[in-house]
Design a protein around this ligand. Structure first.
Ligand code: NAD
Length: 414
């Protein structure tokens, strides 16, 4: 049983070691694949609206670029630190390999609280951060994308700032506004992919999707689109939450109404006809599908024994601690791991990048169709390995991913 307390990075390494051991990966390959290739920490001084100077700390970690340019989001959050960014960068390497798109893995972040900053302060922060890390960015080097508290606007500023020195380079970031070369379907892609994976995993677990009771924690980009698509598929979304708390209705929430409410009030709190529920308690609701779509580590040793769901689909990155993962396996609660469940975003980022490089743009139907093909292929591969070799979906996903990065590394050499 893994220790109850592990950092996100220790957890990522625990999964790596477990998969490497199981597949008999040689010692040299473990050395080559585990450590991040490059890490930078930058100081970002900016002028706040009131004239004060504030300095923030930002990071970019490039974990592995053997299969292609490094790819991964930028997170703005008060708890961002190097260890977390490292873990998330490593997850990106396995995610891009698992879905077999030609990228490596990276991640970035700035320790800040964007809810306390104006739009102009965020723009200055983004531009300064981009300028400080631009040396290692590039359409064939490292391509950022949105993550928690960053969005298409932040990507537009990054593209603009990078382009000031390098010339117009839309392929340097993905998740841009469609008007600036973003891909149709990118904004919804991660949540759409989550809903596609839910449908497959529910069928495998004997859960009828129509009428399935679903709990979604986090109502940002990923959670809100996942909830919307699951609602459209006939699921009964019984609880939703954001950072301020959750709302619950055993009869099923009206997701479009929740979206309209959040647009107006900026939070779910006060949604008419719904009862308030805390973020901790909502995880313990009896339901068919639990979808953590917010922060990491929310399913841990304190609640894994008492969860009352039949299936977990990890829309967030690293929402489950290693100890909880082992408990869920013992309890035989199936789980679709983050590197598979939330890969829809990076898959459509790949489509955006190719559209930028070719300057030929796709209709949304084509984007969604190709997304479905790639994601389902990866899902089937993982499910088959999990079934035939009797390992959990996470272990199976890691094995497929590690195998692919190891094969590319052997061919390229040290
Ligand atoms: P977001 O900033 O758009 O939304 C985050 C949501 O989580 C918001 O509703 C926020 O209120 C809520 N939240 C924040 N702290 C919380 C807490 N402590 N408890 C409960 N809710 C909380 O972010 P996002 O882009 O939707 O990302 C969510 C997760 O999905 C992250 O783990 C991210 O790494 C992962 N992810 C995102 C993408 C993407 O394309 N955006 C792709 C893959 C994975």
């Amino acid at each position: 049983m893994p220790p109850a307390q592990m950092s996100m990075y220790e957890t990522a390494n625990y999964y790596f070691d477990r998969a490497a051991e199981w597949m008999g990966l040689e010692r040299e390959m473990r050395i080559l694949l585990k450590a991040p290739h490059r890490e930078i920490r930058v100081e970002i001084p900016i002028r706040m609206d009131d004239g004060r100077l504030e300095s923030f700390v930002g990071y970019r970690v490039q974990h592995n670029g053997v299969r292609g340019p490094q790819k991964g989001g930028i997170r703005y959050h008060p708890e961002v630190d190097l260890n977390e960014v490292r873990a998330l960068a490593e997850l990106m390497t396995w995610k891009t390999a698992l879905v077999n798109i030609p990228f490596g893995g990276a991640k970035g972040g700035v320790t800040c609280d964007p809810s306390k900053m104006s739009k102009w302060e965020l723009e200055r922060l983004t531009r300064r951060f981009t300028s400080k890390i631009s040396l290692i960015l590039g359409p064939y080097r490292d391509i950022p994308a949105p993550d928690m508290n960053t969005n298409a606007q932040v990507m537009a500023w990054m593209m603009d700032e990078y382009g000031r020195k390098q010339g117009h380079s839309p392929a340097v970031v993905t998740g841009k506004p469609v008007e600036l070369g973003g891909s149709k379907g990118r904004e919804a892609a991660t949540g759409r992919g989550v809903s596609m994976v839910c449908a497959q995993a529910a069928a495998a677990a004997g859960i009828e999707l129509k009428g399935a009771r679903v709990v979604v924690q986090g109502f940002g980009n990923v959670g809100s689109f996942a909830a919307r698509f699951l609602h459209e598929a006939g699921c009964k979304v019984i609880a939703l939450s954001d950072q301020f708390g959750g709302v619950h209705d055993p009869a099923g929430l009206d997701v479009p109404e929740a979206l309209a409410h959040v647009l107006l009030h900026k939070k779910l709190d006060g949604l008419p006809g719904a009862k308030p529920i805390s973020n901790d308690d909502m995880l313990l609701l009896e339901c068919d599908i639990l979808v953590p779509a917010a922060v990491g580590g929310v399913i841990n040793s304190s609640n894994a024994e008492t969860l009352r769901c039949r299936l977990i689909v990890e829309a967030a990155n690293a929402p489950t601690s290693a100890r909880a993962d082992a408990i869920l396996e013992r309890r035989e609660i199936p789980l679709v791991p983050d590197i598979l469940a939330n890969a829809g975003g990076v898959i459509v980022s790949y489509f955006e990048w190719t559209q930028n490089l070719t300057q030929f743009f796709w209709e949304e139907d084509k984007v969604n169709e190709e997304l479905h093909k790639i994601l389902m292929k990866a899902y089937q591969e993982v499910a088959a390995l999990s079934r035939t070799r009797k390992v959990g979906m996470r272990q199976a996903a890691y094995v497929v991913a590690l195998d692919r990065v190891a094969a590319a590394t052997r061919l390229r050499g040290v």
